[in-house]
Design a protein around this ligand. Structure first.
Ligand code: AOF
Ligand code: ZN
Length: 335
């Protein structure tokens, strides 16, 4: 029960911890919760340390944590040390932190702490993106598509508004809320003027990333004014934006640059050129497609995936949701 409650804290803070994982922690003594903690932001105190601080006297208490407590000094000191100092006698965690060395459990046990690994499939699934990102030093990439049934993102005049319904679009805002950044190509940015925000669910704005191979992009007035983080990947400095200057526009290199800029969860929202390149180069982890019950026809422009030659990518269906007449399909790569 307490691990599930700790996981609620993770769901609340997902998308705001940068390259660090969202972590939740609850400390219980004599059946009473005496401390609650969540990791809130990269570089700040870990969940366990926050919970210990709230608990005050945690002698003989049990600590529940969604992720194995760290035994290393990064930007903050080791949690194992704080747990030992607090006099906690039992630690229950859901997911091993395979990105760190495996010394933590033995270290706590050598100080008389009973350590229990209690696996939970939902919590494990949540941390997949964190491990992918940390181990591969690139953001976990979600491709988000809003498509007609015939696979088009827009008509022949590049109109893409109102393909999907209000409920789907609200759901997109929920998805964005859990991302560090949302990426589009320059053409989509300039023509569509996508807000790329999460306003239906929160004030949090994921950073906007715009790719401009030509080295110029006209930032929308509203974007320049509201202080939101805007990253432009370009061969030349772009005024009013944080520019990641490069001549190398291969998707894998763009992901490397974005990870260095602190982005660990990235959602790519189009257009079809950018989407196609990331699929073709195998630079994505997840595809979320919203299908509107519409057939559009027209030319072959704006089909969401096009390459010079056919090239099969195998996906695995992991979720189906219905929003009135629209459906959302979520796929991961592989068999
Ligand atoms: C935990 N609890 O709340 C978090 C953990 O640079 P640092 O010191 O913040 O360490 C970051 C690493 O520590 C991070 O990559 C992950 O392996 C672990 N994060 N661990 O026990 C937490 N945020
Ligand atoms: Zn820690």
């Amino acid at each position: 029960m307490y691990l599930k409650q700790a996981f609620e804290l993770v769901k609340m803070t997902a998308g705001q911890t940068g390259r660090n994982p969202a972590v939740g922690c609850i400390i219980v003594k004599n059946g009473v919760i005496i401390g609650i903690g969540a990791h809130l932001k990269e570089g700040t105190a870990h969940a366990e340390v926050q919970a210990i601080k709230m608990a005050g006297d945690a002698t003989d208490a049990t600590l529940y944590c969604t992720l194995e407590p760290c035994n290393h000094t990064g930007k903050t000191p080791p949690c194992t040390e704080a747990i030992i100092q607090a006099g906690i006698t039992k630690v229950v965690f859901a997911v091993r932190d395979t990105s760190l060395d495996d010394t933590g459990i033995r270290y706590m046990e050598s100080h008389g702490i009973e350590v229990i690994h209690a696996p939970d499939s939902a919590i494990s699934a949540f941390y997949e993106a964190f491990f992918t990102s940390k181990e591969e030093k690139r953001p976990y990439v979600t491709l988000k598509l809003a498509s007609t049934l015939d696979g088009k993102l827009a008509d022949d005049f590049d109109n893409s508004k109102w393909l999907t319904n209000t409920a789907s679009r609200q759901d997109v805002h929920r998805l964005r809320h859990s991302q560090d950044a949302v990426l589009v190509g320059r053409k989509t940015y300039e023509i569509d003027k996508p807000k790329l925000d999460a306003r239906h669910v929160s004030d949090k704005e994921p950073a906007k990333v715009i790719i401009s191979q030509s080295g110029d992009v006209t930032l929308h007035e509203a974007d320049r004014m509201n202080g939101q983080r805007i990253l432009v990947i370009s061969p030349a400095e772009i005024p009013h934006a944080e520019t990641l200057i490069t001549q190398d526009f291969r998707p894998a290199h763009l992901l490397e640059l974005l990870y260095q800029a602190g982005i660990s969860r990235l959602m790519i929202e189009g257009g079809s050129g950018v989407i196609s390149e990331f699929i073709e180069q195998d630079c994505f982890d997840e595809v979320v497609i919203y299908y509107a019950p519409k057939l559009l026809g027209g030319t072959l422009n704006n089909r969401f995936y096009h390459t010079e030659e056919s090239r099969m990518t195998q996906l695995r269906l992991v979720d189906i949701q219905q929003f009135e007449d629209d459906v959302r399909l979520t796929y991961r790569k592989g068999q």
